[in-house]
Write a protein that binds this ligand. Structure first.
Ligand SMILES: Cc1cc2nc3c(=O)[nH]c(=O)nc-3n(C[C@H](O)[C@H](O)[C@H](O)COP(=O)(O)OP(=O)(O)OC[C@H]3O[C@@H](n4cnc5c(N)ncnc54)[C@H](O)[C@@H]3O)c2cc1C
Ligand code: SF4
Length: 349
């Protein structure tokens, strides 16, 4: 690890001032950033510790019915907030399918949104990687790439975004609150993460010194609570990143889908909102025929970036499966092994 400054500001304003220069990085729980520093993948000159900033550790119910989650809220605390999980079950299910219990107890909402890709060449400083070192090339293109992107990738970078939490957040139109040198602004979470294009090192819409202070779920998102699921396929049952994942949320009346939300994880450099699938589902009779058509629409533009054509079929399958389980009804309790396609005990009537 290189030498670096460490500062521990006591207010949001102080934190933003401390992080105003390029070369500074915010430190939340450090479960991703410290690993990157140890591997010399990231070498910040200054760490701005935000773990004790006042006001970032609260889940608030606002008067307009939306729920505001402070960026410093721990992943486990949010998932186990019973009122939150009842309103946004797919979000709780996604959180509980991520990492391990120990990591979820430490990791924060803001850090989860901004965690870096798990592309193995990004973590290996001996490899060429345009994301780590712009212009150096991309060893994943001709390398071990069965888990890389099938949507939105470019010749410069074929990495995927690893977060589970972000997938239902994108499906449910979450809003990200940001404080920076120019004051406060809000963006849709769908606009937070960028596709690689020819500048994969620019991963988000944040500017130098921007601090995520909260994520807000709009009141309308809770209308899907009775029919919402997050499913994740991974190479072992727990403690593994998604090969593919899907969030599905439906509003069903008399067997007809009034509104649908679908998003995919593990397929692109950002959590992938499948609006084409949602359009197919709106007004359709809930059932296998509509779900298969939606899955086709969601993956219509998918193409392999290497040895990963299988992910396209897998993604179609998980969309159908997530929609089928969402139609059956949100489980009354989050399953013991959340995200397992085999687990649908305790379905609500
Ligand atoms: C072994 C292992 C397995 C994992 N498995 C999964 C998994 O299956 N699914 C999954 O989703 N995740 C998984 N993770 C990732 C884990 O969820 C992230 O490491 C964690 O969410 C990051 O949160 P943090 O608070 O530790 O962030 P940090 O590591 O402190 O920060 C991460 C990044 O976010 C920036 N940052 C943090 N907070 C803010 C803020 N408020 N504003 C602006 N910038 C900020 C930091 O500067 C840094 O760049 C795994 C991690 C490990 C180590
Ligand atoms: S896929 Fe992206 S992150 Fe991976 S080596 Fe290529 S440029 Fe780097």
């Amino acid at each position: 690890m290189n030498n670096f400054d460490y500062v521990r500001p006591v207010s949001v304003a102080d934190a933003i001032a401390a992080a105003a220069k390029p070369g500074a990085a915010y430190l939340a729980a450090g479960t991703n950033l410290i690993d990157l520093m140890k591997g010399r993948i990231s070498q910040p000159e200054r760490l701005v510790d935000i773990s004790h900033l006042p006001g970032l550790d609260r889940v608030e119910r606002l008067s307009d019915g939306s729920v505001r989650i402070g960026a410093g809220v721990r992943n486990a605390d949010l998932a186990h907030d019973a009122e939150f999980a009842r309103a946004f079950p797919a979000v709780a299910e996604a959180l509980l399918s991520g990492a391990s219990a120990q990591l979820r107890n430490a990791a924060t909402v803001g850090g989860n949104l901004l965690q870096r890709t798990r592309c193995p060449y990004f973590y290996d400083v001996a490899s060429a990687c345009n994301k780590r070192e712009p212009g150096s090339g991309c060893d994943a293109r001709g390398g071990e790439n069965r888990l890389h992107a099938v949507l939105g990738w470019s010749p410069s970078c074929i990495a995927t975004h690893p977060s589970d939490f972000c997938v239902p957040l994108v499906a449910l139109d979450a809003v990200v609150e940001i404080e920076g040198a120019k004051g406060r602004r809000e963006i849709s979470i769908d606009d937070l993460h960028r596709l690689p294009g020819d500048a994969p090192e620019r991963e988000s819409a944040l500017e130098t010194g921007d601090l995520i202070v909260a994520v807000r779920l709009p009141a309308e998102a809770a209308r899907f609570a009775a029919h919402a699921r997050y499913l994740k396929l991974r190479e072992r049952t727990s403690y593994a990143f998604a090969v593919v994942s899907a969030a599905a949320a439906l509003r069903i009346e008399g067997g007809v889908i009034r509104e649908a939300r679908v998003a995919l994880g593990g397929v692109a450099a950002k959590p992938w909102r499948a609006r084409e699938a949602e359009a197919v589902l709106a007004g359709a009779k809930a059932g296998d025929q509509a779900f298969r058509a939606a899955a086709e629409a969601a993956l219509a533009n998918a193409k392999p970036s290497g040895d990963n054509a299988f992910k396209i079929e897998l993604a179609r399958g998980i969309v159908v499966r997530a929609l089928t389980l969402a139609m059956a009804g949100t489980p009354a309790r989050i399953p013991a092994l959340p995200g397992s396609p085999f687990s649908n005990a305790g379905v609500r009537s």
